[in-house]
Design a protein around this ligand. Structure first.
Ligand code: 5GP
Ligand code: MN
Length: 335
């Protein structure tokens, strides 16, 4: 912390980069840190490997973020000029696609702040706490430790709270004592939690709600023997429903609302790759499954991965590994 404190004493060119397909935590933590460092007269650029869901339009400074996929030259230039690079909410450089090479090549001091399992040691300073609810929680603590929390205004508090809310499903999982304290501190700063609930969870479009209905009615398979459910969407669904970024967010969680379901898999056939999202309850470790079979990772109860295969082949692979994996657990029915 002392050396980080030193590092941030003089205004510097700072880049904050977060993972591909940025979610509420990636965006909230990055934009909160960016806003504080900007107040300290650093020149801050936030780089997102690709675009963000429109749901997060309200976050402070999001319009100034560089979307790497759309403006690669600007993104590369930002990395080249950076003196400090913050890597937030990801644990390995392949999570930022081609920009991983830019981070690796850069002479900047690199700071990783993250809560995923098994962080790769690519940074000079690593703040990794896998018991943290979210990277946003870690950003709050980082600001406190750096004595910068006095710079947190209402908008920054909203950004931090957004990260916490999205990664804990509104305090339903992944919580700890500290995150409730952080929430209280943010509320004391005037953050309107009720407003954020409405913005984040009661803001679906009609299309999104109907797509959810389609998934539950026509694309869901619950395998009760293995207490696992699968939902899939193929390329045709993407076309027919004009599915955009963020439209499928959270659909995987519905499976775990079914009594006795312990693992949920969401499979979506995207342009070059089929993406998988895993969620689980209790001791079922989906991080292990994602890193072993699907070139991915994340957390014990929420992970993701991908396959260079069609949705049908991916489904077959998932069906194959479900018995292998679930048989190693003592499956119990919910109490
Ligand atoms: P989601 O299923 O919402 O995309 O992601 C769930 C969690 O797994 C997130 O914490 C996310 O960062 C992580 N994750 C998602 N996809 C991947 C992936 O392809 N590789 C790795 N290492 N982590 C992923
Ligand atoms: Mn996160």
């Amino acid at each position: 912390m002392d050396s980080l404190h030193q590092l941030l004493r003089q205004p510097a060119n700072v880049v904050i980069v977060t993972h591909k397909n940025p979610d509420g935590d990636a965006l909230g933590s990055s934009l909160a840190l960016a806003a504080v460092l900007t107040k300290l007269r650093h020149t801050v650029k936030v780089v997102l490997p690709n675009d963000f869901p429109p749901l997060f339009n309200f976050l402070p400074g999001i319009d100034n973020a560089i979307i790497g996929e759309m403006n690669p030259t600007e993104a590369v230039e930002a990395f080249e000029n950076a003196e400090i690079i913050f890597c937030l909410d990801f644990n390995s450089l392949d999570r930022i696609d081609r920009f991983g090479l830019d981070v690796m090549a850069s002479k900047a001091t690199k700071v990783l702040i993250d809560h995923h399992l098994d962080p790769e040691p690519f940074a000079d300073h690593i703040i990794s706490k896998t018991t943290a609810s979210s990277t946003a929680e870690l950003i709050y603590d980082f600001l406190v430790d750096m004595k910068l929390d006095t710079y947190i205004d209402v908008q920054i508090a909203e950004a931090i709270y957004t990260g916490i809310l999205m990664d804990t499903g509104s305090f339903r999982y992944g919580t700890n004592e500290r995150v409730f304290e952080v929430a209280a501190a943010l509320k004391r700063l005037g953050m309107d939690d009720y407003l954020l609930q409405i913005r984040l969870f009661n803001s679906m479009t009609e299309k999104q709600l109907k797509l959810l209905g389609h998934c539950l009615a026509n694309r869901m398979d619950l395998i009760s023997e293995y207490q696992t459910g699968i939902i899939w969407l193929d390329r045709n669904d993407y076309k027919e429903w004009a599915i955009g970024r963020g439209d499928t967010e959270g659909i995987v969680n519905y499976i775990l609302m079914v009594r006795n379901m312990k693992m949920a898999v969401f499979i979506s056939e995207q342009q070059n790759v089929t993406k998988l999202s895993f969620r689980s309850k209790g001791n079922i470790n989906v991080q292990e499954i994602c890193s072993k079979y699907f070139n991915g990772g994340g957390h014990r109860n929420a992970s993701g991965g991908q396959m260079k295969a069609s949705v049908q082949d991916t489904l077959a692979k998932v069906r194959e590994i479900i018995p292998l994996t679930m048989n190693s657990y003592q499956l119990q029915h919910d109490q």
